[in-house]
Ligand binder design. Structure first.
Ligand code: FAD
Length: 315
């Protein structure tokens, strides 16, 4: 039995100080931590329980989106203002996991859940998955080709969202764009840039046109399953002309992946099947394929096309 001590400090400063100790880690909803701990793949001597912190706030409106790190997936996904102003976020959350897991899973824990491959879930560091149909197309390194599993992270990447981070002095508080928060695993399996003891306190985004957005998820069965491919799209429309487009995808990158070339191809164009088709033709730039994951290239294009159409139809 691998025992650990469970602490519930009453404020952020003491949580951060406790988690900076060797062998310590945070626990929020526990749906990833306890899963991995039972497998022997989460070696900790101390778990710092964040549930005593007042970080469950949810606000969404024309001025922006702000989600406390401990806001539950179900609470955010069902929130009327999130559904109205940031539909892609609500859709991504309500297509995630199961109702029970969504009732426990938090914003911070969801962004930091581990990929589902053996490399992350097996205590034997030598154990690696062979090539498979799940493999990512982008951000693949010798260390990982497992796609990042979070649906929420894909929607937030399309919004160019930021995370607020609290850490011990001298670093203190900082804010990072998700594009800086996630990093392609280079020299280890670590895919985030948090320092020891640092925690997420909130997630923020400000995209005034996010009402025109959609999240489409393709999976092996209709519920309780991770994405094979997903696409998050937001469109800034002036009549039928696209001022700006945001496109991100899941199931295809070792971290949530954004597509600037396809976004540029849409800017200034009329929102038509032809402009959408030209844009999605650019999605495979840099894709690393093999015989098992090659199907994802076409699936990525089709899923993104559906997300573009759904974002255009959103009122
Ligand atoms: C069967 C199953 C199916 C699933 N399907 C999906 C799916 O389809 N889509 C999807 O997106 N997810 C899916 N999930 C994953 C699920 O959404 C996550 O387990 C959940 O969101 C994690 O949140 P948590 O609060 O329980 O995290 P925890 O388990 O408490 O923590 C996860 C990690 O985050 C760290 N952490 C937690 N909070 C913070 C914080 N504030 N700051 C810093 N570090 C923190 C912990 O130390 C730990 O390393 C599935 C999970 C299961 C078990």
């Amino acid at each position: 039995m691998n025992n650990f001590v469970l602490n519930r400090p009453p404020d952020v400063a003491r949580c951060v100080a406790a988690a900076a100790q060797p062998g310590a880690s945070f626990i929020a909803g526990g749906t990833t931590v306890i899963d991995l701990w039972k497998l022997g793949a989460y070696p900790v001597t101390q778990l710092v329980d964040l549930n005593g912190l007042a970080l469950r706030g949810i606000s969404a409106g024309p001025g922006g989106l702000k989600l406390g790190a401990l806001a539950r997936m179900s609470a955010v996904g069902e929130h009327a203002d999130v559904k109205t102003h940031y539909p892609l976020v609500a859709q991504a959350l309500l297509l995630s996991a199961s109702p029970q897991i969504r009732n426990m899973g938090t914003m911070g824990g969801n962004l930091l859940q581990r990929p589902r491959s053996l490399a992350y879930r097996n205590p034997d560091p030598q154990r690696r998955d062979g090539p498979s149909r799940f493999d990512a197309l982008f951000g693949v390194t010798g260390h990982s080709r497992a796609p990042h599993p979070s649906d929420l992270a894909v929607a937030l990447t399309a919004l160019d969202a930021s995370v607020r981070i609290a850490g011990a002095a001298p670093r203190g508080e900082r804010t990072l764009k998700l594009s800086e928060f996630y990093r392609i695993p280079q020299d280890s399996l670590k895919f985030d840039t948090l320092q020891p003891g640092e925690m997420i306190t909130a997630v923020e985004a400000s995209v005034p046109f996010a009402r025109h957005s959609a999240y489409i998820k393709i999976r092996d069965r209709a519920s309780y399953q991770f994405a094979i491919v997903s696409a998050a799209v937001a469109l800034d429309l002036d009549g039928d002309t696209i001022r700006e487009a945001r496109i991100a995808a899941g199931g295809v990158g070792t971290i949530p992946w954004r597509f600037p070339a396809a976004e540029s191809a849409l800017a200034g164009q009329r929102a038509t099947p032809e402009s959408f088709t030209r844009a999605i033709a650019r999605l495979d730039r840099g894709a690393v394929t093999h015989e098992f994951n090659l199907f994802k290239v076409d699936l990525l294009r089709r899923t993104t096309l559906r997300a573009l159409e759904a974002a255009l139809a959103a009122t």
